[in-house]
Structures are given as structure tokens and as C-alpha cells.
Design a protein around this ligand. Structure first.
Ligand SMILES: C[S@@+](CC[C@H](N)C(=O)[O-])C[C@H]1O[C@@H](n2cnc3c(N)ncnc32)[C@H](O)[C@@H]1O
Length: 403
């Protein structure tokens, strides 16, 4: 117990040091509740802000119903008292790394430190930088906002995921249009976007509303296998008066009747539905893909005999699972590269909003793969004795290139 306590105390001292340097602090998130303790709020987000040239700490305190914001002189905040007031999760990010402390139900402190560069955003008016106006009626209709236009606490994470997804879509789209990969949209020939595995269509409606609000002519199609989702979503589109520029299909992605889209997006399409989404995009010549995968079971099932010395990792179930996730997404990205897409993987939203926060972003360039990329793919799949679901779906195209 003493060592647990001291681990907690050491991490608190470290966190206090990080928070006390407003020149490098990026943000602090305090959330959750330790057993038998009552932190003052459900969640507090803290970050440095510059107001009239003065560096202050902005606290956004959420009590489960609403968020209030106040700005304090750094010296006016009792950091130790706050960090020890009963929050179960403490995240501190600076420009050079992060510290995560999680207190388990048994009172154990799990501490994780990571190096990595981040930028400070000292802009004090967050509302200004929002892409989606919280009072846009679509947020209420899809169930993200309440009747007063306030984001529901239970939907804060989804709202954030959608907002950050759009934040990446917007500049990527502009760059693809400027580079000539996508034709500039017009009223006659709007930009076509498909949201594959759209579910309740939070992202589908958001992409439509946001792009139209910045003057982009767009037609959006949401595809989901569930008929009740289609019925619900077309009703919402009718209520919003946007049925002519957004539609929904209740179809399997792999068998959809849709034949074209400039941009394909997918947010957490389940397991190999993500592979269906990527394969559909490649086969239908989509120019831009933004795909945030969900659960990864396909390769997990195939990772039986790890090539040595990798059993050092795979003998631990948790790490085997994470390795399987990484291998799946790395191979998806590599396949996209091989079939002519410039591909990168990025974190599209902070891990506190969803652990599934990796995004594969790919722009079609039509470039031929080089020999090294082909042999890396062949070696990695041979070494692990796996055939990724995406490779099966794109086998005719891929086999030709891999020969
Ligand atoms: C986890 S939900 C995500 C929904 C939405 N994109 C979001 O982020 O809120 C996954 C959705 O994918 C749909 N889905 C799963 N497999 C599919 C498939 N093969 N074809 C079409 N839709 C599928 C499910 O019905 C479900 O609505």
C-alpha cells in the first residue's frame, strides 16, 4: 500500500511541476471519481490561455449538466488540492510529453509517461474555433444536443469525435482540390461524399452541414446495413429540409448500389466493415479517404504462431491485442500505398474521447509502388503468416502488383 501511495504521490509531484510551467503546458484533464471520494466536478479541463497578453489558466468545469469556464492567474490555483480531490483519471500534456495517472477501484495508481511533441493553443475563445455551431438544428435532430441546443453530456465525446474528424477533412479536402486530385465542386457537379457504416449519421449530417456552411456544394450519402437507421436518417433530413443533397441507403457496404464518390469517410465501421469501406473506395476510385477504424478481430484471429522473438509480446493478451490492431492498420495503410494512395495515419481526436482514435488518411495519386514497399508488405505478411481482410477484398488488383 505504501508503494502505491508513493507512486501516486510521486506522480502528483510530477504533475504539479508540469502544470506549473505555463510556457510548456498544453492541457490537463481531470475526470472520473475515486472510490469513496467526491471530486468537485465530473470533469475539469485546464489549459493556458493568453488574454490581453497575459498567460492565465482556463478551467472548464463540467458538473454533468453544464460546463462553466473561468480564467485564473496560475498562482491562484491550488494544484495539489485539485489533483488529490478525488479524480480517478489525471492527464497532463505538455509540449514535450504527457503523464497519465489512473487510480483503480482498488486504489492502485497506474502511471504512464510518454514523450511526444504537441503545440500549445493559447486562443482563449474556443467557441470561435468550433466548426459546428452548437445551435445548428441538426445537432438536436440527431440527438447530440438537447432542446435548448446544449450538447448533451452523454454525447460530448461523439460531438468531439465528429468535430475533430471535420477539422481534418476540411484542410485535406482543400489540399486535394488545390492539387487537382478532386475537381472544384460546383452547383451542377457537387462534391460527392459517402459515409460508410454511418449508423445514426452524426458525421454524415455534420459533414453536409459544415461543408455547405463554408460554401462547398456537396452531396452526401450515408450507408448502413440497418434499415431502421435509414428510416430515421431520411426523416431527419426531411425535417431539416435537406433531402435533395443528402440521402441514405440501407445496404451492406460490400454490396452497395452506390457507384461513385469523390470522398469516402468511415467512423468506427465495425471490424472488417472498415476493410469493406476501404475496398469499396479503391474499387470506385474515391480520391480521398478518411477512415477511423473500430475493433480489429480479423488479424487477431490469425495471429496464432508468432514469429520469434515476438512471443515476448504475444504471450501477453493485452499486448497481443494492441499489436494485432497496429499490424491491421499498418497493413491497411501499406495496401493503400501499393494501390496508388499517398497514405498516413494520424490521431484525429484525443484518447479521452475514444480509444479508437487512429485515422487512415489517403489521397489518390496513382503513383506506382516501389519495389521496397512491395517487398516490405510481402515480408511482413509472410513473417506473421496472415492474409489481411483488405488484401482478400482487393486481391485481383493487389496480386497483379505483388507478382
Ligand atoms: C460503431 S457504429 C458507428 C456509426 C457511426 N459511423 C458513428 O461513428 O456514430 C458502426 C455502424 O456500422 C454499421 N455496419 C457494420 N457493418 C456494416 C456493413 N458491412 N455494411 C454496412 N454497415 C455496417 C453498423 O450497423 C453500425 O451502425
Amino acid at each position: 500500500m505504501d508503494s502505491v501511495k508513493s507512486e501516486f504521490q510521486v506522480s502528483i509531484t510530477e504533475a504539479v511541476g508540469m502544470i506549473s510551467d505555463p510556457d510548456s503546458l498544453v492541457r490537463v484533464v481531470l475526470s472520473g471519481q475515486r472510490r469513496a471520494m467526491s471530486p468537485p466536478y465530473d470533469r475539469i479541463d485546464i489549459r493556458p490561455v493568453s488574454i490581453k497578453g497575459k498567460l492565465l489558466l482556463q478551467l472548464m468545469e463540467n458538473d454533468g449538466r453544464q460546463t462553466t469556464t473561468r480564467n485564473l492567474e496560475p498562482g491562484a490555483l491550488n494544484v495539489v488540492e485539485l489533483l488529490t480531490s478525488g479524480f480517478a483519471n489525471i492527464l497532463v500534456e505538455t509540449t514535450t510529453g504527457s503523464l497519465t495517472v489512473k487510480i483503480t477501484k482498488k486504489g492502485e495508481a497506474l502511471v504512464h509517461r510518454e514523450e511526444g511533441q504537441r503545440e500549445q493553443n493559447l486562443d482563449h475563445d474556443r467557441v470561435k474555433s468550433r466548426l459546428l455551431s452548437p445551435d445548428d438544428p441538426f445537432l438536436r435532430e440527431v440527438g447530440i444536443a438537447d432542446d435548448q441546443g446544449r450538447i448533451k453530456p452523454s454525447k460530448q465525446d461523439k460531438y468531439k469525435q465528429v468535430e475533430e474528424f471535420l477539422r481534418l477533412l476540411a484542410p485535406t479536402l482543400t489540399a486535394a482540390i488545390e492539387a487537382g486530385h478532386i475537381a472544384p465542386p460546383t452547383e451542377e457537379k457537387p462534391l460527392s461524399i459517402v459515409d460508410l457504416g454511418c449508423g445514426h449519421a452524426y458525421l454524415t449530417f455534420a459533414a453536409h452541414q459544415y461543408l455547405r456552411s463554408v460554401g462547398v456544394s456537396v452531396h452526401v450519402t450515408g450507408i448502413d446495413v440497418r434499415e431502421p437507421s435509414r428510416i430515421r436518417n431520411i426523416e431527419i433530413a426531411k425535417k431539416l429540409g435537406i433531402s435533395s443533397t443528402i440521402d441514405f441507403l440501407a445496404e451492406e457496404i460490400a454490396q452497395t448500389s452506390l457507384t461513385q464518390a469523390d470522398v469516402a469517410i468511415a467512423l468506427h465501421a465495425c471490424d472488417t466493415a472498415t476493410d469493406d469501406a476501404i475496398a469499396w473506395s479503391v474499387n470506385h476510385d474515391a480520391k480521398l479517404l478518411l477512415i477511423a477504424p473500430c475493433c480489429h478481430h480479423d488479424l487477431q484471429r490469425q495471429l496464432k504462431d508468432a514469429p520469434e522473438p515476438w512471443s515476448i509480446i504475444t504471450k501477453h493478451g493485452l499486448m497481443k491485442e494492441r499489436l494485432g490492431d497496429l499490424l491491421t492498420d499498418a497493413l491497411r495503410a501499406q495496401i493503400l500505398k501499393i494501390v496508388g494512395y499517398r497514405t498516413e495515419t494520424i490521431e484525429f481526436v484525443g484518447g479521452e474521447h475514444t480509444p479508437r482514435n487512429l485515422m487512415i488518411r489517403a489521397v489518390k495519386t496513382g503513383a506506382n509502388p516501389d519495389a521496397a514497399d512491395l517487398s516490405r508488405y510481402k515480408e511482413l505478411t509472410a513473417m506473421w503468416n496472415v492474409v489481411p481482410a483488405l488484401a482478400k477484398r482487393l486481391s485481383s488488383r493487389l496480386d497483379r502488383l505483388l507478382k
